[in-house]
Design a protein around this ligand. Structure first.
Ligand code: CP
Ligand code: NVA
Length: 303
């Protein structure tokens, strides 16, 4: 039994294996075929925050694979005074074959996983978003044919999505560059973690977005104020102003694709002309959430 709580719960070799299954299932899906690899299996989704992509892509993935899913929102009483997280996890494991959890605090997912007797998959926490990063790098691989040696540039907040991407890029031999104001770059604990986990990876942090995008294969951004950071919004909008991904910035990297995990705050971290422009892969990227999660579910659960 394996939990996927952070991207580094997978090795590079395992990520490649998941991508291979995902690619096979995606090709079949495009041809109108749905491989029922998980008949009768049940996926529970326990979400403490809103979601479009993560929720629907997991639910559709399970339906296509011949299984089903149960969505548990606030009324299920997860992480509330109704019952302990441990009791919740032990009991839910009796009904479901795997659990996807989106939590406010990463520790909540860790507590659920500690009690669950079926695999728990992180569907976003304040710390990391592993399924997003897997789909993003898979999307780049589909476009270029390979990813090792490419530069992945993230312009914006060094938060959950950026952390997951730094790890997946490092695992797969890519160069990762984060351009952000100093106070929104990675913290020392995460830097030390990256150094220990990926001693040979090239992970660079800078305050210069123009230098960061030069030579990049991808320019990526995410919202400046994530779910749970609403009170910091005004301060963040001011700090991130020089980091908007707009046509001026993209002129420095005509070869690069543009990516965004979505939802986007158009006119803040990205302008309409970039997100809707010829360099943008945002719709493919969102579509690939489903294909890669199918690969992950099949890899975790299929006999
Ligand atoms: N990118 C992503 O995780 O989107 P949702 O918040 O809509 O799931
Ligand atoms: N960083 C964003 C990602 C949303 C998919 C958030 O946590 O709100």
């Amino acid at each position: 039994m394996r939990h996927i709580l952070v991207p580094e719960d997978l090795t590079a070799h395992e990520i490649e294996a998941i991508f291979a299954i995902s690619h096979d299932l995606e090709s079949k899906y495009d041809a109108g075929l749905r491989d029922a690899l998980l008949p009768g299996r049940v996926l529970a989704l326990v979400f403490e925050k809103p979601s479009l992509r993560t929720r629907v892509s997991f639910e559709a993935a399970m339906a296509h694979l011949g299984g089903s899913s149960v969505f548990l929102g606030e009324d299920a009483g997860f992480s509330s005074s109704r019952e302990s997280i441990a009791d919740f996890g032990r009991v839910l494991s009796q009904y479901a074959d795997a659990i996807v959890c989106r939590s406010k605090a990463h520790d909540t997912i860790l507590a659920l996983a500690a009690a669950a007797t079926v695999p728990v998959i992180n569907g976003l926490s304040d710390y990391t978003h592993p399924c997003q990063a897997l789909a993003d790098v898979y999307t780049l691989k589909e476009q270029v044919g390979r990813v090792a040696g490419l530069t992945f540039t993230f312009v914006g907040d060094g938060n959950n999505v950026a952390r997951s991407l730094a790890v997946v890029c490092g695992l797969l031999g890519m160069r990762f560059v984060l351009a952000a104001p100093p106070q929104y770059q990675f913290d020392d604990a995460f830097r030390a973690h990256l150094k220990a986990l990926l001693p040979n990876a090239e992970i660079v942090e800078t305050t210069d977005p123009v230098a960061a995008v030069k030579g990049a294969a991808v320019v990526y951004t995410d919202v400046w104020a994530s779910m749970g950071q609403e009170k910091e919004r005004a301060v963040r909008l001011e700090a991130f102003k020089p980091y908007q991904v707009n046509a001026d910035l993209m002129h420095h990297c005509p070869q690069a694709f543009f990516m965004h995990c979505l939802p986007a705050r158009r006119g803040e971290e990205v302008t309409d002309d970039v997100i809707d422009g010829p360099q943008s892969l945002v719709v493919d990227e969102a579509a690939n959430r489903m294909h890669v999660q199918k690969g992950l579910l099949a890899w975790l659960l299929a006999k």
